[in-house]
Structure formats: C-alpha cells, structure tokens
Design a protein around this ligand. Structure first.
Ligand code: Z5A
Ligand code: MG
Length: 215
C-alpha cells in the first residue's frame, strides 16, 4: 500500500510549555497513525535511559548539579546520540513522533541568566530537521489547572514564563514548519488537530530529503 512503499517517514515534533499535553498527545498520535495503517513510533527527549540521559535525568531530579553550559551540551548530546537511529527509522518509512527536541533545549537554557538564543542553538545545528513542529499553546493559568508544578528543576512559574517568551522567538523562524495548536481544548480536539496536520505532512515529506536544523 502507498503508506509503506519505499518512502521515508516524517519527523514530527511536539513542543510546548509544561503540562501542555505533549506526552499525552504524542502517545495518542502514534496510536492513531498506526490505526490508519502508517508505520509510526514515539521518541522523547530527554531520553533518560542512555548514559548521557541518566546524567541529565539526575540533574533534572536535583540529585546532581551540573554547570549550566555543560548540561546544555549534554541535552544536545542526548539528541545527537539518537541521530543514527532517527535517520534509520525515517529511511525505513517510519514516522517519528518526538516529545520535545532542540527547541526545548534552547528555550530552557536561554531562559537562564547570560545565555543568548544564538549560543544555545549552536550545538543542535545540523540535527535532522523536523518536517512539522506542533506548538501546544496554553496559558500558565490553564496549565496550572492541570496540577501543581512538580519538584523537578525548572518547574517554577517565573522560569516557565521566560521559557514561553523564548519559544515565541524560536517560532519567528519561518524556515521551520511551526503549527500552533490551542492546547486548552479537550484532549480529543487537540488530538484531531494534530492528527490532521500530521497526515498532511507525512504525504508531503515522503518525496523530500530530510533537512538539517538551523543549517
Ligand atoms: N529540557 C531541557 O532543559 N533541555 C532539553 O534539551 C530538553 C528538555 C529536551 C523534562 O521534560 C525537562 O527537561 C523539562 C524541559 C527540560 N523541564 N521542565 N519543566 P519532560 O518532558 O520530562 O517533562 P514532563 O514531566 O513530561 O512534563 P511536560 O512535558 O511538561 O508535560 P506534558 O507532556 O506537556 O503534558 P502531559 O503529561 O501530557 O499532561 C499533563 C497533565 O495534563 C496530565 O495530567 C494530563 O492528563 C492532563 N492533560 C493533557 N491534555 C489535557 C487536555 N487537553 N485537557 C485537560 N487535561 C489535559
Ligand atoms: Mg511530557
């Protein structure tokens, strides 16, 4: 069937503030795409199961302190160590639904004192470029109805506001296919919006080479 016949899969990224619903929607999207007969798999960053991922995980859980530049590079390295796998999957026709990517990396580190957006982007330049970046848009008020902030690093309302501003700056980049979805809608409505965007991009991407991010 045309869904399998020698075409590459699409690289779809979900981004957005805390509790916007990225992980929920990533799972539902993979399931829905599979039900439609597409090959689809989920992936998430940070991917805490590798050696680098364990360092980053322990930092987020505040079990360790890592110097700010260093941890930024580790988050990026955690993506780079998955690039061979990402390329292989896409090539074999699998669409990847990725829960956070380089945009999270840049938005979070550049919200710290004395970090420029420019510096933060450099380690991720040249990563496989997403065919679609869905930004799940939610106000801090709406997000706070979904439960209190957790205890991990970065989970404070002041910091999250800075992060939102940085995401807005990243979305000004028209060389990327950003699509904003209202994440305050019901899970079902958010899902349907993302599914529609994803099916369109799978069709569009299958004849195009995978691009390079910010290159
Ligand atoms: N980080 C970084 O600094 N540098 C990097 O390079 C990367 C990440 C990649 C860990 O992320 C931290 O790492 C993160 C950024 C930083 N720091 N912070 N803050 P994470 O991905 O592990 O974070 P998380 O713990 O999974 O939370 P999250 O991603 O922010 O949540 P979410 O995935 O967007 O939401 P959810 O888990 O799908 O849903 C949250 C709740 O809302 C849940 O109870 C749902 O049932 C509910 N929900 C979801 N959708 C709806 C709707 N539509 N209506 C009502 N309720 C809903
Ligand atoms: Mg999540």
């Amino acid at each position: 069937d045309w869904r399998m016949a020698g075409h590459r899969g699409a690289l779809i990224v979900l981004e957005g503030a805390d509790r916007a619903g990225k992980s929920t929607q990533a799972r539902r999207l993979v399931e829905a795409l599979r039900n439609q007969g597409y090959q689809a798999e989920g992936m998430r960053f940070p991917e805490r199961t590798t050696e680098i991922g364990r360092l980053v995980g322990s930092y987020l859980e505040k079990k360790s302190n890592i110097e700010d530049h260093t941890v930024h590079l580790l988050f990026s390295a955690n993506r780079w160590e998955h690039v061979p796998l990402i390329k292989e999957k896409l090539k074999s026709g699998i669409t990847l639904v990725v829960d956070r990517y380089a945009f999270s990396g840049v938005a979070f580190t550049s919200s710290k004192e004395n970090f420029s957006l420019h510096w933060c982007k450099q380690p991720d330049v040249g990563l496989p470029k997403p065919d679609l970046v869905v930004f799940l848009n939610i106000t801090p008020e709406e997000a706070s109805k979904r439960g209190d902030y957790g205890t991990e690093r970065y989970e404070t309302s002041d910091f999250q506001k800075k992060v939102q501003k940085r995401y807005a700056e990243l979305m000004d980049d028209k060389s990327l296919n950003w699509k904003v979805v209202d994440a305050a809608q019901s899970m079902e409505d958010v899902h349907n919006a993302i599914k529609q965007l994803s099916e369109a991009i799978i069709t569009e991407a299958r004849h195009q080479p995978v691009g390079k991010l910010w290159a």
